[in-house]
Design a protein around this ligand. Structure first.
Ligand code: HEM
Length: 276
């Protein structure tokens, strides 16, 4: 992101209204869009949106680490609507950032708000290998996470705060397979059983998705494997609140990278502070 890009750049020229469908995907999409840049000085360039072509069959989208990124069609629809109203004015990169900003606000019932500068240009370089190399993996240790975030000028505090986005959305079983045999000190056995049951339900070779947040689980699955957590279920899914920190400190999260935050003092202190 360029420090000079103005906030409210489009306020007078474009009335941009974003649909609220699948907002949890946009938040992750923005993070992946931003994190695969070589340097933040180049800006969030929406290269994650580019489809593979015969000339470039392996764009960022095709990288295994980008598993689950979705809702690209919604961004396409927004871009098409904007092009009709004000051609050549709003880049896909800006649309993605606005989508992430509005998704954060919608999912948190207006509690998470941040200003989004505008005026980014779309990039034309998109390589799966860059995404694979630069994005943090759910198998990372805390030291690897800290190093990965630091390379993009994110602090440890920001790592902890941004990880709180895992209060919403879903993950594929392949993204946390090793957690299914992790010891009780790392994951509550009843929760591990619940995940194992769901991940095995569709047979060998299948890779189902489960909610990142136990709060969003199917009540029947929780009643069968994890009755003490029945009280934590909510009728409204995907609320972006601080339940991630409660769950993490209670060892009830899916990704190894989330649990890893408890193995380093500054990160663990950050989780405890955010739980309040
Ligand atoms: C700390 C390093 C991070 C790692 C290792 C990580 C890893 C992952 C993985 C493996 C998934 C599931 C992908 C799948 O199997 O479909 C996921 C989902 C998600 N992540 Fe992260 N993530 C990290 C940080 C972030 C950040 C900083 C954000 C946003 C600020 C974020 C937002 C999300 C969201 C919203 C989802 C759910 C997406 C959906 O429902 O489709 N993550 N993350």
């Amino acid at each position: 992101m360029n420090d000079d890009t103005p906030i409210g750049f489009f306020n007078s020229s474009v009335g941009l209204i974003l649909s609220s469908s699948r907002p949890q995907g946009w938040r992750r999409c923005h993070f992946h869009n931003k994190s695969t840049e070589r340097t933040c000085m180049q800006g969030c360039d929406a290269s994650v949106l580019l489809d593979p072509t015969p000339a470039n069959p392996e764009t960022e989208k095709t990288a295994p680490i980008n598993i689950g990124l979705a809702a690209f069609d919604v961004i396409d629809d927004i871009k098409a609507a904007l092009e009709e109203r004000c051609p050549g004015t709003v880049s896909c990169a800006d649309i993605l950032v606005y989508a992430a900003r509005d998704a954060s606000s919608i999912l948190s019932n207006g509690r998470v708000r941040f200003a989004a500068p505008a005026g980014r240009l779309d990039g034309v370089v998109s390589r799966a290998a860059d995404a694979q190399r630069d994005l943090p993996d759910s198998t990372f240790t805390v030291a690897e996470l800290v190093r990965n975030f630091r390379r993009k000028n994110f602090t440890v505090e920001e790592l902890v705060i941004l990880s709180g986005a895992h209060a919403v959305g879903v993950g594929h079983c392949s993204s946390f397979r090793a957690r299914l045999s992790a010891p009780p000190a790392q994951i509550v056995p009843a929760y591990r059983d619940l995940l194992s049951a769901k991940c095995g339900a569709e047979g060998p070779g299948a890779d189902p998705v489960v909610p990142n947040n136990v709060r969003d689980e199917d009540p029947r699955a929780v009643a069968a494997a994890f009755p003490p957590f029945l009280g934590k279920l909510r009728r409204t899914r995907d609320l972006l609140d601080n339940s991630y920190y409660h769950n993490n400190l209670a060892r009830v999260v899916t990704f190894n990278s989330d649990w890893q935050l408890l193995t380093e003092k500054e990160c663990e202190d950050g989780c405890t502070k955010a739980r309040r």
